[in-house]
Design a binder for this molecule. Structure first.
Ligand code: MTE
Ligand code: MO
Length: 309
């Protein structure tokens, strides 16, 4: 594949050094705890610390670490927003194995740390919009999924990529209740998976992902509703047919396969025109594709977004 030879990001999105330094001071001030001169990336990501990169309007403030890690959706640990932070201690994310399956050059099971070692990690600030109407602004770190896919070398039959969460009721007590069909499965069309924005997330706020955010690795496609970002991934499968995904199985009339953030297509039970940004009093207008239209809209030309919600 030729994709790795292309520049990963347009240069205008690389924040200048001063902003990077200011942000490090900010991270320290909110207690993320950086020793002087320390990298903002976790040790496992520090190998080649990149410039900080920002994909958002400068007016959007980062959501505090306490909210990012204390107000979550992760039904494997309960359906309340504080349940994951309270209950996810039973998850053991190290060591971690991931199965690479389907139409790929070399299917098999890999150790996550070993698998990620050759990659250049990036840090990106993304808006995060839950289908329920809340939103945050989160500094994720991880590997652009396109780099990972380029290395996996899927075959010509790979039209979709499916991500499966761990299924282990001992570690995930919420799986003893059938609130959702387990394991949690999500998927992207191949071009969506290869989009510059799509991130294989291993950290947040420069630290490894806390269990409640999907340790050791979860997905992020920031122009889609949050439920597309499957957590604690144990299998990546490349397939020809559109996969059956958890929320779409659970309530197909409410949660479509695409799940692109779209203020003009309401959820059957509530509006999607506005959102509640964590920490703000007044609601904000939700932006088309969560504000990432410039980077993603061309993937959907000719697709009826009302039918394909
Ligand atoms: N395995 C799994 N992944 C999941 C979920 C879940 O319940 N189980 N919830 C999804 C939903 S609805 C959202 S909004 C995001 C929340 O991510 P966060 O808690 O890191 O903000 O995770 C998504 N990934
Ligand atoms: Mo969500």
């Amino acid at each position: 594949m030729h994709l790795l030879s292309k520049p990963l990001l347009p240069t205008r999105d690389i924040t200048d050094e001063k902003t990077f330094v200011d942000r490090r001071a900010f991270l320290t001030s909110i207690g993320v705890g950086l020793a002087a001169g320390a990298s903002v990336l976790s040790p496992r990501l520090a190998a080649a610390a990149p410039a900080f990169r920002r994909w958002q309007g400068e007016e959007d403030k980062l959501t505090p670490y306490a909210d990012v890690t204390g107000y979550n959706n992760f039904y494997e640990f309960g359906t309340g927003k504080s349940d994951p932070a309270q209950n996810a201690g039973s998850l053991h994310p190290h060591p971690w194995k991931i199965e690479i399956a389907g139409d790929v050059k070399k299917p098999g099971i890999v150790d996550l740390d070993e698998f990620l070692r050759p990659f250049q990690p990036v840090e990106r600030v993304y808006r995060h919009r839950c289908v329920e109407g809340w939103s945050m602004v989160i500094p994720w770190s991880g590997i652009p999924l396109r780099d990972i896919i380029a290395r996996i070398e899927p075959g010509t039959k790979a039209k979709f990529v499916e991500f499966t969460t761990l299924h282990d009721p001992k570690q995930m007590p919420g799986q003893n209740r059938s609130v959702l069909p387990w394991p949690y499965v999500e998927a992207l069309r191949m071009d969506e998976a290869m989009n510059l924005l799509t991130l294989f997330v291993t950290g947040v706020y420069g630290k490894p992902l806390p269990n409640q955010n999907g340790a050791p690795v979860r997905l992020c496609a920031p122009w889609k509703y949050g439920f597309k970002g499957g957590k604690s991934i144990v299998r990546i499968r490349f397939v020809e047919a559109q996969p059956h995904t958890t929320w779409n199985i659970a309530a197909p009339e409410e949660y479509g396969f695409y799940a692109n953030v779209n203020p003009t297509v309401d959820h059957p039970r509530w509006t999607q025109a506005r959102e509640h940004r964590a920490g703000e009093f007044f609601k904000r207008k939700t932006l088309m594709f969560n504000g990432y239209a410039e980077q993603v809209a061309s993937m959907y030309t000719g697709l009826d977004l009302r039918a394909n919600f």
